[in-house]
Design a protein around this ligand. Structure first.
Ligand SMILES: *Cc1c(COP(=O)(O)O)cnc(C)c1O
Length: 420
């Protein structure tokens, strides 16, 4: 299966030059920024009229990733004071919204000062706090109420954010109270509703039905407001999945967009629909390249021990999947001549949980070879526990140009050694 995956030539050349620049075994992330821009542009171009695409930066909030996506999407979705700082440092200012449970008053204030477009409000308590902050700044603040809707069982996914007990949003049964609370708050203006119901949605048909179920209820939700004509936005969240196990079979984004377009065209007063996508935007541009330090057989199972590990790339452990692995032998002849067997790929941590992939059929693997884990651009390095065991942090290499041999920008996150 891994054989079907190809690494673009300019990424291979960046890996080679980065390797030459260091005498240490490699563990580094590579991000193909031209591919990221092209993918974002294609996603946006597929949108039907009246639909917008925001980037949920928690998937990958590195400055180069935000700078690359900002010009090709309609805006950014943020969930913390730290993310506000990153988005505001971006070279192309874009509209942005603030969501997430547990917002601090200081974040609310900072967001209003820095020109937040809208807040996604998660609870009745938050309505009251947001009103107090807005009143103190003498500010009029547009808000969307995040709904935790009742969902049919067959539409839910592995990582559920709604349709069940979660800390996110306001139960649909309490929505009327929440709408009234916003309508009664002099400094808040209800402009729409927000639903982010799931993660890892890999089925286009199911997602279509999910969006259809929101659109069916839209007129009822809207009718709860004192001024329904001002309630115009429906943010349908993110949650489009990446197929890590069969990388050639990915979510049919244009199919979803087409079906959504038809549905909206058939409505009397369609909302302005907004997606806020994280994973499906940034996953494809990232590669984690790790060098083979050792190979061994234990109780019949073959292990490849690599530089790095799940403390730098927690994604496979977090998801419980076997990440695809591409083998880059030092000597290309090895791959055809050496022994072929099934391997478990692990990192340097002193825990049996440090597994990146199992049952990888690879041929002629030797110490000094590289393994490359693709689809590493979302929820990769940034969700990892990088300081565990005090290993140095991996370099992150941002490839700005698809021409081979072009300049690379490397960000080192190596922790400073303690000063004695
Ligand atoms: C995480 C998150 C997203 C993005 O989810 P993806 O699965 O990465 O697309 C969008 N909206 C909210 C509210 C989120 O918490």
């Amino acid at each position: 299966m891994a054989e079907r995956l190809a690494i673009p030539d300019h990424v291979l050349s960046a890996i080679a030059s980065q390797r030459q620049a260091s005498s240490e075994p490699m563990a580094a992330f590579f991000y193909d920024l031209p591919a990221l821009a092209a993918h974002g542009r294609a996603m946006r171009e597929a949108l039907p009229p009246g639909v917008e695409l925001y980037y949920a930066i928690k998937a990958n909030s590195e400055a180069a990733i935000i700078d690359t996506l900002a010009p090709v999407v309609d805006g950014l979705e943020l969930s913390s004071g730290g993310e506000i700082a990153r988005a505001c440092a971006c070279s192309t200012p874009r509209p942005w919204v603030l969501s997430g449970p547990g917002k601090l008053d200081t974040d609310m204030r900072e967001a209003m000062r820095r020109g937040v477009e809208a807040f996604h409000v998660e609870s009745l308590g938050e309505v009251a706090r947001l009103q107090a902050v807005a009143a103190a700044l003498d500010h009029q603040q547009p808000v969307l109420l995040r709904i935790n809707p009742a969902l049919p069982e067959d539409l839910s996914s592995r990582l559920r954010m709604a349709g069940t007990a979660t800390p996110f949003g306001i139960d649909e049964s309490q929505l009327a109270d929440a709408v009234r609370a916003v309508d009664d708050a002099p400094n808040l203006a209800l402009v729409g509703f927000h639903i982010h119901a799931m993660s890892h949605q890999r089925c286009e048909q199911r997602h279509q039905r999910l969006l259809a179920s929101y659109l069916e209820r839209w007129p009822q939700w809207r009718a709860l407001a004192r001024a329904p004509e001002r309630v115009t936005q429906l943010n349908v969240g993110g949650g489009i999945g990446v197929n890590y196990l069969q990388p050639s079979e990915q979510f049919d984004w244009s199919g979803l967009c087409q079906a959504l377009g038809q549905r909206l065209a058939a409505m009397d007063e369609p909302p302005l629909v907004r997606f806020e996508i994280g994973r499906f935007l940034s996953a494809f541009c990232g590669y984690y390249a790790i060098e083979v330090l050792d190979t061994k057989v234990s109780h019949g199972e073959g292990f490849i021990v690599c530089r790095g590990g799940t403390h730098q790339f927690r994604l496979p452990a977090a998801q419980g999947h076997d990440h695809p692995v591409i083998h880059l032998p030092r000597d290309p002849r090895q791959a055809s001549e050496g022994e072929r067997r099934s391997w478990t790929v692990v990192g340097q941590l002193c825990t049996p949980k440090d597994v990146l992939s199992r049952q990888q059929e690879l041929q002629g693997v030797e110490v000094g070879d590289l393994l490359v884990l693709p689809l590493a651009g979302a929820y990769g390095y940034n969700i990892s526990h990088a300081d565990f065991l005090c290993h140095p942090r991996p370099d992150q290499v941002f490839i700005r140009d698809a021409r081979e041999g072009s300049e690379l920008e490397t960000t080192s996150h190596r922790r400073a050694e303690p000063v004695s």
